[in-house]
Ligand binder design. Structure first.
Ligand SMILES: Nc1ncnc2c1ncn2[C@@H]1O[C@H](COP(=O)(O)OP(=O)(O)O)[C@@H](O)[C@H]1O
Ligand SMILES: [Mg+2]
Length: 382
């Protein structure tokens, strides 16, 4: 079997900012591999080190340790004292403020990187026309930049990043300056464009729904460390770390202790304040270990009458229910805990109502309870 080809490889990346006592450790041994042709997202809260990692890949920041390769060529190595400057790395970049020049036309903006390389005019023209076709701006060459819509300006920034035919496209929160509606539309455009050009792309965002919508793989980051890497589906439905479960979408955490580990397609058993519950371990756990199960609000089934013969049934009282159009978002009091539950809009809930919740064991994802350092939890208490 042929090995998967990786376009960008990062090994043990270290970065500090500041001097002496003000020195802060910003990247703490980041290692990751970006498969060729994929859209790979760095996701994490503000300040966790996403931009710094991206700038290290671009060569705009000099790391303090580790290695970075692009297309199997080392562009940085602490051990080998190697550092390739940004203009010699095969990358194109789009920043948060996409910085297109207002005094230039579409053509001049996109041609700029080639103009400064002093390429012949005819060659420049050919390339610009080609790349404008790719981003869907063909025919708008002479339009002054300020006369473009927000979405079109975004495409100009992409065209300019692609004009040098880079091997890797680096995008740092490229949608954060757009309004909500356009942002959502541009997600699809970016994904479609990335597929069409088939260019390896590293995408930085703190917005988990954006990450879920566009990524092939997501690297979840927290406080300068890589927490977990996986496809959107893996990370949402079977996160291996507590931080991932709480950062990516809404979830309920129920604390407990392992009674039985299960195995051979049998679920494990857990002792909790809500009674004994069955669960599926997401990662290696030990008997007696303190764990949490994470279950998503939409994976909890509500029954108004007590159903017979169901495992993992708990009794609760509706605290409140908010109609959201496509669902009711409810808070349900269960013993000492408040659970979030999303129910079908045809199934209204009344505050004070007694109900039964079925926590399907397959949706009860068992995680180590530790791992909480610095994590804000959406635990509401009762
Ligand atoms: N040039 C700099 N000098 C000092 N500290 C910096 C600099 N750039 C970033 N930082 C700090 O490094 C940490 C990571 O920043 P950054 O990579 O921009 O995070 P993110 O992009 O995930 O929001 C933050 O604590 C930030 O304040
Ligand atoms: Mg940033």
């Amino acid at each position: 079997m042929a090995d998967k080809t990786f376009m960008v490889q990062i090994q043990g990346l270290e970065k500090y900012f500041g001097e002496d006592k003000d020195r802060v450790h910003v990247l703490k041994g980041i290692s990751l591999d970006v498969p060729e042709g994929s859209l790979y997202t760095f996701l994490g809260p503000s300040g966790c080190g996403k931009t710094t990692t991206l700038r290290c890949v671009a060569g705009l920041e000099r790391p303090d340790g580790g290695e970075i390769s692009i297309s199997e060529k080392k562009v940085y190595s602490a051990a080998q004292r190697a550092y390739v400057p940004p203009n010699h790395r095969p990358i194109g970049m789009v920043f948060q403020s996409y910085a297109i020049w207002p005094h230039m036309t579409v053509f001049e903006n996109v041609a700029y990187p080639l103009t400064i390389q002093r390429l012949p005019k005819t060659a420049i023209k050919k390339k610009v026309v080609e790349v404008l076709k790719v981003v869907g701006l063909h025919g708008l060459e002479d339009r002054p930049a300020p006369k473009l819509s927000g979405g079109q300006q975004q495409r100009v920034a992409f065209a300019r990043a692609l004009i040098n035919e880079p091997k890797v496209l680096l995008l740092d929160e490229p949608l954060s300056n757009l309004d909500a509606k356009l942002r959502e539309q541009m997600r699809f455009e970016i994904k479609a464009l990335q597929r069409r050009v088939n260019i390896t792309t590293i995408y930085v965002t703190h917005d988990q729904s954006e990450a879920l919508a566009i990524s092939d793989q997501i690297a979840v980051m927290h406080e300068g460390k890589l927490i977990e890497v996986g496809s959107p589906h893996q990370l949402y439905s079977r996160p291996k770390r507590r931080f991932t479960a709480t950062f990516l979408g809404l979830t309920n955490l129920i604390e407990g202790r392992v009674l039985e580990l299960g195995g051979n397609s049998n679920p494990g058993r857990l002792e909790t304040n809500q009674g004994i519950l069955s669960f599926v371990p997401a990662t290696r756990l030990e008997k007696g270990q303190a764990v949490v199960i994470s279950i998503r609000p939409e994976h909890i089934q509500v029954h108004k009458e007590k159903p017979q013969g169901l495992d993992n049934l708990v009794e609760g009282t509706v605290k409140d229910a908010v109609f959201m159009g496509d669902a009711f978002h409810c808070h349900i009091v269960v013993q000492d805990q408040l659970l979030r539950v999303h129910t079908h809009p045809f199934n209204p809930m009344t505050p004070g109502e007694k109900i039964y919740l079925h926590l399907d064991p397959q949706s009860c994802n068992g995680l180590p309870a530790g791992d909480t350092e610095g994590i804000e939890e959406s635990n509401l208490g009762v």
